[in-house]
Structures are given as structure tokens and as C-alpha cells.
Design a protein around this ligand. Sequence first.
Ligand code: PLP
Length: 399
Amino acid sequence: MEPFRGVFTQQEPIPEEAISAAVEVLRGGRLHRYNTVAGEIGAAAELERAYAEFQRTRYCLACSSGGYALSIALRAAGVANGDPVLTNAFTLAPVPGAIAAVGARSIFVEITKDLVLDLEDLDRKIEDSGAKILLLSSMRGHLCDMDALADLLQAKGVSLIEDCAHTMGAEWKGRLSGNFGLAGCFSTQTYKHLNSGEGGLLTSDDPAFMARAILLSGSYMLYERHGAAPPAEYFETVRLETPNMSGRMDNLRASILLPQLAALPANIRRWNQRYDLITKVLSGVPGITVPHRPKEETYVGSSIQFARPGIDAEEALRFVSANKKLGVELKWFGDRNPVAFTSNHHSWQYAEPQHLPVTDSILSGLFDMRIPLSFSLEDCRHIAEIIAHTANETLVSSV
Ligand SMILES: *Cc1c(COP(=O)(O)O)cnc(C)c1O
């Protein structure tokens, strides 16, 4: 088997148009979002306008990171010290981190083998915990049945904030991920769907919520310089009682995101070509299962997950290392030892320890791989063949 020589952390270059826009901001020297000359709309405000339009929401706030967007969304939604917040047991560390940032308590909800929130466990845990809010993490781009979720939450009086770090541009029956509850939170960190190094976007249709979020983000009394903010009257009552928790986006980062946003629909198609090709090969490999994608879902295949049911820890590590030798970087979510970006609830020791047997069992056989757009379709075929080859070589003893 010929090894693969591509680099899994290599992104595509920032488009030339974005580089020119960034150079223009640098030449002007007005990098701070409120540093504008008369009549000028800064890039951060322009990005908020453009993203609200893309997302089909009334309001948008550009801020410093996806994790920051999550934490101010929770705070603006009224979550206070000691409150329980429901969230997926399978997610990335910034999610329980955002809950901890507002002094709240994570209540982890089990996932299904299709890697989405288990609505039965959610129902149970709403009752047990009395939580009034769900921070839904559509982890690795998998959407749960959003209609059933919305019905359940409505019946129980629970509000919804969506973590859309992997679902920017994804839809459920034509409705964009992020638009199912009070707010959607997005990340423009390098490994997500738009790349400004770090960055976050928060969207909502609720004017009172968005006024609080904008003030929290550190708008001083300059909130009228936002690109997609509610009318001034919504700020009047809360502007003196809302703390400033500086986490603004600057014009430099916004300037490089604007041209990328215009290219997002085309990039989603490119991701899905790669995702579908790899999925097709892996679906035919004995002992490998890929999560089912419901027909209501329009996904963005920026990463791929697959399971090897029955694999034990030693075999999983052997499988990861056999791939690594052939140049393919798989992440294994079942590892008790957190590695790089990958950790699971056992290592989030600032949260109360919780018993999550279903999620643990799923994660113990779950593998994950990034699909950078710098890889060609040929590269993707090669990678899929290496995974198929190593899966054949490292057999699972219990099946
Ligand atoms: C990346 C990510 C975030 C937010 O990340 P930042 O690095 O803070 O922008 C939130 N949730 C998930 C699932 C993520 O992968």
C-alpha cells in the first residue's frame, strides 16, 4: 500500500481577494471595530450584515471565538451560577467550557449510534434536572431530528441554543442549523467552515437577547455601530446593567471572512464530494459502519466519522497507528487519554462526573477524520483505500 503524503492540518490558502481586503485594513490602521471614520461601515459590521443575510436571521454579532459566542449566548439567555444546562455527551471541550464559564452545571445527554442527541434520554434528563435550557451541539455536523426536538422542548418549556461549529450551512428540511431556537453559535476558527484563525458569530431573531449579547461582547456605548443589531430602544433598559466582557471581533479578521462567506456554498459542495466519495468506499468495508444520514438533513461533510463496533482499546490504538504509518490521521474518541483536540467527558473534570454508558460504548469504537479542502478527490480515494486496507489487517477479535 502506497502511503498518503498529504497534510491533514493543511488548509487552503486564504483567497487573494481576502488578502487584499486585509492589506487595505492594515494600511488604514483602523483595526478596532469601532475605529471608523464618518460614514464608514467597518468590516466587522459589514460581516454581521452579510452573515445575518446568509443565515436568514434578523441579528448577528461577530465576536472573538465560537466558545465565546456560546458563553455569552448562555449568559444573555439568563443562565446563572449553579443552573443546570443540558448538552450532548459527545462534543468538543469548548461546549462544557462555555457552560463552566457562566458558572453553570453541564448535564450530559446520551447520543445515539448516529452521533446525535438521544431524545429519550433528553426527555428523562429534563425531568430529573429541571434544566430550562439545552445547549445542543450538532457535533461533527450530525443533526438530530430537529422537528421532534423542537416539539419536545416546546412541550417542556426548555429553550434552545445551538452550537453550530460543524453545521454552518447545514439544513434540516431546508431550515438552516442555528435557526431552531433562541440562538445559533458559529466558529470561524481555522478548522471550521470559514477561516480567520479565531472568531465567532452569534445569530438570533430575538431583539432583547441580542441587545444583551452585544453589550456583553464589549460594545461600550457604541452598539449603534453594529451591522445587524436590534433598534436602539432594546439597549436603553439594559445598557447600564449588562457587564462588559470584551470579546469583540476586529476588522482585520472580519475583512478576510467576507470573501470566504461568498465562497461557502461552493465549498460546501466540494466538501460533500469528498465526504461522499470516502463514505462510499468505507460503506463497503466489512466491520465498518458509517452513521446514517437522514434524508431531511443537508449536511456539510467537513469531517467524517465511522465505527468499528466491538473493537477494544488495544485494537483501536493499533488501527490508529497502522493508519498513521500510511499517512492517514484518524482520531479515536474512545481514548481515556485526551489527545490534541480530542477529549471526552471523562476528562472534563470541572463538570460533575456522570454515568453515560451508551455514549461511552459508542465512542469506544468511533473514529474521526478531518477532510481539508486542500485534499483532491484522488487524495480522498487514496485515504479511503488505506482505511479499508488497515481495517482488513487489524481485525476485531470479538466479531
Ligand atoms: C470548534 C468548536 C467550538 C468553538 O470553538 P472555538 O475554537 O472557540 O471557536 C464549539 N463547539 C464545537 C463542537 C467545536 O468543534
